[in-house]
Every structure is written in structure tokens, then in C-alpha cells.
Design a protein around this ligand. Structure first.
Ligand SMILES: [Zn+2]
Length: 198
């Protein structure tokens, strides 16, 4: 994560969302690239783009004023989530304090809206003038995930050195890889080679 190459941010800042849940895709914003761990978040803009891609934010929403504040808060939330997800997966006792502190700083209200087809629905609007407000939907998604996800289906990719997490939503619940094209394919090639060398 230290001294990423200048071209890095644009090269891999939009990783595939393989986690199948924002709480895990959040952890996956630190990934292994060419053997080293890299942080795909290098700026406020990287975080904003990620939030839009994961549908935790509308495309037009404004960035908080102080530069770098969103990046710092997002990285902090990511580490809070990493500790909690790892502990929950290992059946260890959770300290919800840091996440609750984060959640407590969000301000939001409900709004009744009429869709294009005339149907009514209730949406939650967040006060987005500070970084924690922008990240509030993500923090809430993490809390919801910890409380309701089936952690038997929360797994790390079995790929050698791969650090990615996913929520196995496949019917048979036998998903083993972050992606079939990536680690799945590498494992297939390795099995093939070991058969040949026997
Ligand atoms: Zn993998």
C-alpha cells in the first residue's frame, strides 16, 4: 500500500465486485495485484465512484468539502468492518463499539416519493455534508450484514495468496473462488499441470 505507482489508481481502481455484498466488496478494496497488496482507494473520487457502483450512493451526490476526508473515513470504516467480519467468521466475540460510533454520526430522514409510474415509496435521505454521512449507507449495510448474513456462506477465496471475500449465493453453496476467470482458472491450470507431471 505504500507508494503506489502513479498510474495505479486509474489502472485498477474499479475492481470487479466479486463479494456479492457491499460489506465484503468493502474488504475487497484491498486486493492482491502482481503479488503485492494494493489499496484501490487512493482518493475521495475513488471512494465516490465505488459507492456509486455498489449503488450505495446516487451518481450526482456531492463530495464532502474537505479534501481527503472521505478517503480517510472510508479506510477507517473498512478496517472496522474487517475486524468485525473476521471475528464473526471465527465465532469470536464482537466489539460493536467502533462501528456504532461510526453509525451514530450519520443523520438521515425518510422521504415519501412518487416514482415515474406514480407508485409511492419511502426512501432514506442522508445528510451528506460530512464524510460519515456519505458513508452511512455503507456502514449500515455492514451492520445489517453482521446481524443477518449466514456466515457459513461468508468465505475467503481459496486461491493461493488471494485475500478476497465473497458471500456464496450459489444454489449449491459450493463457491470456492473470487472468480472463475481468476483464481478458479489458476487452480484448474495447476491441477492440470500436476496431472501431467505425475
Ligand atoms: Zn481469488
Amino acid at each position: 500500500m505504500k507508494n503506489p505507482a502513479p498510474s495505479f489508481a486509474s489502472a485498477v481502481s474499479d475492481p470487479e465486485l466479486v463479494g456479492d455484498h457491499p460489506a465484503l466488496d468493502l474488504l475487497n478494496t484491498i486486493a492482491r495485484v502482481d503479488g503485492g497488496l494494493v489499496d484501490v482507494w487512493q482518493s475521495d473520487e475513488d471512494v465516490l465512484r465505488w459507492l456509486v457502483r455498489t449503488e450505495l450512493m446516487e451518481a450526482k451526490a456531492a463530495s464532502p468539502a474537505r479534501r481527503g476526508a472521505l478517503l480517510a473515513a472510508a479506510r477507517k470504516l473498512r478496517e472496522i468492518a474487517r475486524v468485525l467480519v473476521t471475528a464473526r467468521k471465527a465465532n469470536r466475540r464482537l466489539d460493536a463499539g467502533p462501528l456504532n460510533d461510526f453509525l451514530a454520526q450519520a443523520e438521515s430522514h425518510s422521504e415519501l416519493i412518487r416514482g415515474k409510474d406514480g407508485a409511492l415509496s419511502v426512501v432514506r435521505r442522508y445528510e451528506q455534508t460530512n464524510a460519515n454521512g456519505v458513508l452511512a449507507p455503507l456502514a449500515e449495510a455492514v451492520a445489517e450484514f453482521l446481524a443477518t448474513a449466514d456466515f457459513h456462506l461468508v468465505r475467503r477465496c481459496e486461491g493461493e495468496d488471494c485475500v478476497l471475500w465473497f458471500y456464496d449465493r450459489t444454489k449449491a453453496h459450493r463457491r470456492r473462488w473470487c472468480s472463475m476467470e481468476g483464481c478458479g482458472n489458476r487452480a484448474k491450470v495447476a491441477r492440470f499441470r500436476s496431472r501431467l507431471s505425475r
